[in-house]
Write a protein that binds this ligand. Structure first.
Ligand SMILES: Nc1ncnc2c1ncn2[C@@H]1O[C@H](COP(=O)(O)OP(=O)(O)OP(=O)(O)O)[C@@H](O)[C@H]1O
Ligand SMILES: [Mg+2]
Length: 358
């Protein structure tokens, strides 16, 4: 008979707090599959709210420490990390929910053009997929679609089976863009009602199947597409991208006000093109110093991270291989991956808050 019992393990893990959700792992029902063998070796699973959890190593170590401390009879302690991505009814719960098999819809937005929305959307999608999440990406920029180029799929056309469009798939991400359906000349002349019907078509006529995260790469500004999206879909939240300079931040202010007005949660602010690292390791803050971070603080928004300017990020976009795939060890790719994990974390926190009726 082993000396250690299941109840001892529950007691020990009941002292481990989930750092973001501020409750213990047992209360949050995150502990599963406890096994204790004859030699008192213990193993159990901790079910995280996202495979992209930036706190996973911290939680794992805290579990081992707690069992060591409170269950001294335990021999080996093995923690298996699993995940079940959480969901909520999003910002407009009263709507009949379209995309029932999609757990979280995230919009990537900005007030200003050219700040790196598409670049971040692509790298965010690929980074989340690399952690094992099921990810889709919609290029909602109907006037200037960039996703086909950024994935090297300029000449690809999706199949249509049983009147449903099958999304293309690359680097583990399911993709849809107006650029896959019409040529770029046609995309430029789209107007008003056609825009919202195209977005609705991306939602209802594409066979997305089960997804943990569906990301919308939005065009700049606060126009038709942003409004259609926030009226049609339950959004888990939006990521606002900016550069550090004042003119970009002035436009970001407008975007923040718009999303607040329509009650879409803002997951946080990402500062792109934050600095350029010189060969001697010093940083040149080309567009200003920490503008995004300061803005986030004054607006009460989470700061998702700062991405440096790196020629490879641009080349990756132009050549169709996201930088997190081609150069995962570079400082810029690492910063992008950390920001992607931060987005997943903010989604989990927002879901917990929405579910608790905040
Ligand atoms: N961190 C970076 N380092 C270097 N180049 C970057 C970086 N981020 C984005 N770029 C480049 O800047 C240009 C604009 O980026 P991107 O197309 O992602 O912006 P956007 O906000 O989606 O633009 P639009 O408003 O037109 O949709 C692209 O050429 C992209 O490769
Ligand atoms: Mg774009």
């Amino acid at each position: 008979m082993p000396k250690v019992q299941e109840s001892h393990i529950y007691e020990a893990l009941g002292t481990v707090m989930e750092p973001d959700l501020k409750k213990d792992l047992v209360t949050l029902a995150m502990v599963e599959d406890i096994e204790i063998d004859e030699q008192d070796n213990v193993s159990f699973s901790v079910v995280l709210t996202t495979p992209a959890c930036p706190m996973k190593e911290h939680i794992k170590n805290a579990c081992i420490d707690a069992v060591r401390k409170f269950v001294p009879a335990a021999a080996d302690v093995t923690v298996n990390l699993k995940s079940r991505v959480t969901s909520s009814c999003g910002h407009n719960c009263d709507h009949e929910r379209p995309l029932k098999n999609v757990k979280n819809i995230i919009a990537v937005a900005s007030g200003k053009g050219g700040v790196g929305k598409s670049t971040f959307s692509v790298n965010l999608a690929v980074s989340l997929a690399a952690t094992g999440a099921k990810v889709g990406l919609i290029d909602a920029d109907l006037y200037g679609p960039s996703i086909p180029t950024m994935f090297g799929l300029q000449d690809s056309k999706p199949e249509v089976i049983d009147k449903k469009i099958i999304p293309l798939k690359k680097f583990g991400v399911k993709l849809m863009s107006i650029g896959f359906l019409v040529d770029s000349e046609t995309a430029i002349i789209w107007r008003g009602p056609m825009v919202s019907s195209a977005i609705k078509q991306f939602i209802s006529d594409v066979d997305w199947q089960d997804l943990d995260y569906l990301i919308f790469d939005l065009p700049p500004g606060t126009g038709d597409i942003q409004i259609t999206l926030s009226q049609t879909l339950p959004l888990s939240g939006t990521v606002i991208v900016t550069t550090p300079q004042d003119v970009a931040l002035a436009d970001v202010s407008k975007a923040v006000s718009m999303f607040r007005k329509v009650h879409v949660p803002i997951l946080g602010l990402l500062e792109n093109m934050s600095y350029y690292e010189l060969p001697d390791g010093t940083r040149d803050y080309i567009f200003g110093h920490h503008g995004g971070e300061i803005f986030a603080k004054t607006q009460g928004l989470a700061f998702l991270g700062a991405i440096p300017i790196d020629r490879g990020v641009r080349e990756g976009g132009d050549e169709g291989t996201p930088y997190v795939i081609s150069r995962p060890d570079s400082p810029a790719a690492k910063a992008i991956m950390a920001a992607a994990m931060e987005v997943a974390r903010r989604v989990s926190i927002t879901n917990a808050e929405l579910s608790a009726g905040h």
